[in-house]
Design a protein around this ligand. Structure first.
Ligand SMILES: [Zn+2]
Length: 392
């Protein structure tokens, strides 16, 4: 058990039978028990009950027991870049600085800061993550910790050979394509085909920057020149008069196993395409605000039937990897969203996005006995969810 400064305790239970009592238990955002207890055994939740337990129990207090948080999209290997990049000189400048500074820091420093970030995630109750790594140093750090989730090895460019020489050796290890404008359609299709074979999620940044939208629609501009200068021959890419979403839809990349990350530059038709495909969606509002000065239209996504999850992106574009902070930002900037929806985004929607909803996302029977206790007082269910999602 560990407690952080926000009074959150993470409980990852052993095999013994235990009863955990608290003032409130959130099974999911619409099923909340006042005064109840969790019964756990063999590392799983056996049941959730109302009232006081008759046997010996662990009484956590008047606060709330709830599912752990899920951070669907982050880049732990960029943790050493915290507070060291200029974010107000445009996205291209930010990417250039990022690559230079990451190179200059060296592997040892990147590993050390990633390890620290992992410890902070565990301490703050963010027990499930979808990590994107291009350098391949993060998987073993996650395996050595109590974090769970999916490690995505990310590819970009057009070198398809680099992908076929990789080993894919663990269930929690999947693949990601960087983005439609940075990665050749041949490589994206090969990555998607490979992850489909194992029924694993495939992650891709989509519709994040103006450069990306312009290149895919106009087939020219700064990004086209950049690719050409890097020797990447994009002449065969089937772009032009398309949006990033319609482009990857035409390529057959959108299905329930794909995680579309960002969706900042999208129109109604794009959102309908995503909703129809049942692709998963992850939004990173704090990172988007910092890097692009705008926010994804979460309300519209929900209206179209999408259930977005939350990611923080990396510490190179965001102050923390804590989904409590992301939920508080969403509560502040999206007054139309109710706290129950925001809580679901940080828990069950994230679990579904990463394909781990059998294990976590709610405190229902059969899920893993991993949960959080937050010390707080609340007058009713609405007040309770409001307090949690405002991170008071
Ligand atoms: Zn990212």
């Amino acid at each position: 058990m560990t407690m952080n400064e926000k009074n959150v305790v993470c409980i990852q239970s052993s095999d013994a039978r235990e009863l955990h009592r608290a003032g409130w238990i959130i099974i999911d955002s619409s099923t909340i028990i006042e005064n109840g207890y969790l019964e756990i055994k063999n590392g799983s939740i056996l049941g959730v009950h109302k009232g006081m337990p008759k046997e010996r129990s662990i009484d956590h207090g008047p606060g709330v027991l709830m599912p752990p948080l899920v951070n669907t999209h982050l880049h732990l290997e960029l943790s050493a870049l915290k507070n060291s990049l200029t974010v107000d000189k445009g996205f291209a400048f930010w990417v250039k600085q990022l690559l230079e500074k990451r190179e200059a820091l060296g592997e040892e420093k990147l590993i050390k800061e990633a390890q620290k970030a992992v410890r902070d995630l565990v301490k703050s109750g963010n027990l499930y993550v979808g990590d994107i790594s291009t350098l391949g140093m993060i998987k073993s750090i996650i395996e050595d910790s109590t974090l769970n989730g999916v490690c995505f090895h990310e590819f970009l460019g057009s070198d398809i050979q680099s992908f076929f020489t990789q080993k894919n050796d663990a269930v929690s290890f999947s693949l990601a394509g960087h983005a439609p404008h940075t990665t050749s359609p041949q490589l994206l299709s090969a990555l998607k085909k490979r992850t489909d074979l194992d029924g694993l999620p495939f992650s891709i940044h989509v519709a994040e920057s103006d450069d990306e939208s312009k290149f895919i629609h106009d087939k020219k501009g700064g990004w086209a020149d950049f690719l050409t200068s890097r020797g990447i021959d994009w002449a065969s890419w089937n772009i032009g008069l398309k949006t990033p979403v319609s482009y990857i839809a035409d390529m057959g990349l959108l299905d329930p196993l794909t995680i579309a990350v960002h969706l900042l530059n999208v129109n109604d038709k794009d959102l309908e395409t995503i909703a129809r495909s049942k692709a998963k969606v992850c939004v990173c509002p704090r990172s988007n605000k910092n890097l692009h000065g705008k926010l994804p239209d979460i309300e519209k996504m929900i209206k179209k039937g999408i259930k977005p999850s939350l990611g923080t992106d990396s510490l190179a574009s965001c102050d923390s990897l804590n989904v409590f902070d992301e939920m508080a930002f969403v509560q502040k900037h999206y007054p139309g969203l109710d706290p129950a929806t925001i809580f679901s985004m940080g828990t069950i929607n994230g679990a579904r996005t990463l394909g781990v909803e059998r294990l976590t996302g709610t405190l229902s029977k059969g899920k893993r006995a991993q949960f959080l206790y937050q010390s707080l007082t609340a007058t009713n269910q609405k007040d309770l969810l409001e307090r949690i999602t405002s991170n008071e």
